[in-house]
Design a protein around this ligand. Structure first.
Ligand SMILES: Nc1ncnc2c1ncn2[C@@H]1O[C@H](COP(=O)(O)OP(=O)(O)OP(=O)(O)O)[C@@H](O)[C@H]1O
Length: 249
């Protein structure tokens, strides 16, 4: 049996009597790339919020590599090895992609040291490799503000990887991207999945088909079903909850 990177047990989150998560039981293996989908309001963002400690569970628990995250603060959970990429890029637009990655790769350093300090050779090599992986080698030294939306998304995924988390949480990485940019982000996640555990939340079904191995469908705060993309797409329960639901909002 594979070791589990993430498990939730009867995870329940209640906001003013409304159950955003309802007895959610979930688990993923070390090294897995998992995609979580679900109609609007299914609880996907709340699920990530509770894993990262932004929201505390009302009931149940989250285990990261077997450790109960209850009562830990967001920064403590991040330090344990859970990194999150939000929907909107949060990069320094005046710095170059290389500088953004250097900053992310050593969070003990401040911006001043990153700009004027001397990164070690090992650090430089890993930044170089990362720039290659995210497809920004040719744009490594221009201000990040000049990058396209898709390039900014890839840079931020690179910044997440630079922090070396054990688990990457990626929230709707292709919202607002062109088809080509979406494809490129998908290829990047597939490349990273070779040596990372990644949990992706996404609405865009074309993108889900490109990257998904195992898909979890959330509905009303619980797991509705799990399986390959073909299995979940043909599941009558999934068809029913998606009927009449816009899938791209
Ligand atoms: N802080 C909050 N207070 C009250 N209700 C909330 C809060 N956060 C989320 N909710 C409600 O919980 C439910 C689940 O929300 P959540 O954002 O997790 O769903 P989602 O699956 O991410 O939806 P979407 O796909 O629209 O982003 C929604 O009905 C939402 O209105």
């Amino acid at each position: 049996m594979n070791a589990k990177i993430l498990e939730t047990e009867n995870l329940t989150v209640t906001f003013d009597g409304f159950q955003a998560l309802n007895q959610l039981n979930f688990s993923m293996d070390v090294g897995e790339l998992r995609v979580v989908i679900g109609p609007n309001g299914a609880g996907k963002t709340t699920f990530l919020d509770v894993i990262t400690g932004k929201v505390q569970p009302t009931k149940g628990r989250v285990l990261f590599k077997g450790k109960n995250l209850r009562f830990l603060k967001e920064h403590q959970i991040a330090r344990l090895g859970i990194g999150r990429k939000f929907q909107t890029p949060r990069i320094y637009l005046n710095l170059t992609p290389r500088e953004n990655l250097e900053l992310a790769s050593n969070r003990n350093k401040n911006v001043f040291l990153t700009l004027f300090g001397h990164p070690s050779n090992a650090e430089k090599n890993s930044i170089k490799g990362l720039l290659e992986t995210i497809g920004l080698r040719n744009k490594a030294d221009i201000p990040a503000g000049l990058l396209s939306h898709g390039e900014k998304q890839r840079l931020e995924i690179g910044m997440l990887v630079a922090q070396s988390p054990d688990l990457l949480l990626v929230d709707e990485p292709v919202a607002g991207l062109t088809d080509e940019e979406t494809y490129n982000v998908g290829e990047l996640l597939l490349a990273l999945a070779q040596n990372h555990s990644i949990l992706v939340i996404e609405h865009d079904m074309e993108f889900v088909r490109q990257i998904a191995r195992k898909v979890t469908v959330l509905h009303q705060g619980s797991v509705l079903c799990e399986g390959s993309i073909e299995e979940v797409q043909n599941d009558p329960r999934v068809i029913e909850v998606y009927l009449g639901q816009p899938q791209d909002s």
